[in-house]
Design a protein around this ligand. Structure first.
Ligand SMILES: *Cc1c(COP(=O)(O)O)cnc(C)c1O
Length: 428
């Protein structure tokens, strides 16, 4: 292996295709169901809500999907992102493990979310869609969609979970700066929101409620579709760009991971870093370990039940076969708002069931300790979500030290925490 600190790739090495893991899974997940008929969901059912090409991508079993040239060109603003040897963290932990991280915090919005916001806005634009709706928890997805929609001239309405809207005022300003319309959910502009407020005027909201509101508005607005920043297969697909880059970069580093680690909200950054490496286990008999790091208060993969559940609170979305804590689950108000989703999604849940992925759940205190150690050692202040991946990596690095084992740990730094300093203030 080489001892380079930062491994970069030239612009023209941005992958030309996304990787679809469904093509290589030995056992396929159960289908999504239409919430009304409980029959397998058809493409036509889904096209009411999503752009046609995104629906194609949701169902396809093709192994590789071409990335449109216009999308690749836009991604070049910040991609390829660097792969970094976390030598400072290794030293701080005095571990024999070699630690690498993929740095997605360098995107203009500070997280991996733009990797799918750009293609989603693009496909809607070329189909002539003029309005989009979405929800956002911590505000990262809303920020990414706001700038992507601004670029393509699409009008965007973002339903932001009210507790985050109040706790993270800068996120709302980021979205507004990019031209997004932001509403604190539950709102009184949808029927679902009004009903909730009637019973509980102080409701702080949840991702499930915000999704219901965004879906309702999309269905009632002409020439409008809905976009989602995680959970669905096409979103996971778009994020594989980061794992495909990491593969090339590990090759340049002349190293290969024994464990790949990411935090887990709805699975998009996890799938992004893991799926291209998981292909080796599925098709070449390799034995890489994949670790999904969840918050202790929202442990859907570790403690949820595997069953059909809705993606939202109102029950407007398709039924998804997944590990879930229940679509009315209300997790504690942890700082990592992006990890407070109730369900694990279709593909990852199947891979967990079949033993390819190991979930771990981590208490908030441990994640902040990890985030602060990382910031001091590597100079980057991680997003509260990403600190879960760091904490899981630290556990593995200390285990390697205890057992005197040679491990190569690769984790995804899904975002930076510079707009989340209020969380750090609370902790410090
Ligand atoms: C949204 C977000 C997450 C959680 O979403 P996933 O789909 O699970 O990746 C994690 N980290 C950051 C920085 C985020 O913005």
């Amino acid at each position: 292996m080489k001892t380079t600190k930062k491994i970069t790739l030239p612009e023209d090495k941005i992958p030309k295709q996304w990787y679809n893991i469904l093509a290589d899974m030995p056992s396929q997940p159960l289908p999504l169901l239409n919430p009304k008929t409980r029959e397998p969901l058809s493409k036509a059912d889904m096209e009411v809500l999503f752009a046609k090409e995104l629906v194609e991508q949701e169902f396809t079993k093709e192994r590789y999907i071409d990335i449109p040239e216009e999308v690749r060109t836009l991604l070049k603003i910040y991609r390829p992102t660097p792969l970094v040897r976390a030598s400072g963290l290794e030293k701080a932990l005095d571990t024999p493990a070699r630690i690498y991280f993929k740095n997605e915090s360098v995107s203009p919005v500070g997280s991996h979310k733009l990797n799918t916001a750009i293609p989603q806005a693009y496909y809607n634009k070329i189909e002539g869609i003029t309005h989009l709706t979405t929800e956002t928890g911590a505000g990262q997805w809303g920020s990414a969609m706001s700038i992507a929609c601004q670029h393509f001239g699409i009008d965007l309405n973002v339903f932001m979970v009210k507790s985050s809207y109040n706790a993270k005022p800068y996120r709302k300003l980021v979205m507004k700066t990019y031209g997004g319309n932001v509403h604190a959910s539950p709102t009184n502009i949808t029927e679902f929101g009004r009903n909730i407020l009637k019973d509980n005027p102080d409701c702080g909201g949840s991702l499930g409620i915000a999704i219901s509101e965004a879906v309702e508005m999309a269905l009632k607005t002409p020439n409008c579709r809905y976009v989602l920043g995680s959970v669905l297969n096409h979103v996971l697909l778009h994020q594989t760009i980061l794992g495909l880059e990491a593969q090339m970069q590990m090759e340049i580093a002349e190293d290969f991971p024994t464990k790949v680690i990411a935090c887990y909200g709805g699975g998009s950054n996890f799938a992004g870093i893991c799926f291209p490496f998981l292909k080796y286990n599925l098709t070449e008999g390799k034995n890489i370990e994949f670790i999904a790091a969840e918050p202790e208060c929202c442990p859907k993969l570790s403690k949820g039940e595997l069953k059909y559940d809705f993606g939202d609170t109102a029950g407007l979305t398709p039924l998804i076969p997944m590990y879930t804590l229940g679509n009315d689950f209300q997790p504690d108000q942890i700082h990592a708002a992006g990890l407070r989703y109730h369900g694990g999604g279709q593909i990852v849940s199947k891979l967990v069931e079949d033993g390819y992925i190991k979930p771990v759940s981590i208490p908030q205190q441990e994640t902040f300790n990890a985030g602060i150690l990382f910031a001091k050692a590597e100079g980057i202040i991680p997003a509260p979500e990403s600190t879960h991946a760091i904490a899981a990596t630290i556990r593995e690095a200390l285990k390697a030290k205890e057992e005197g084992k040679e491990e190569v740990l690769l984790f995804n730094l899904s975002g930076h925490g510079l707009i989340d300093m209020a969380s750090y203030e609370h902790y410090l």
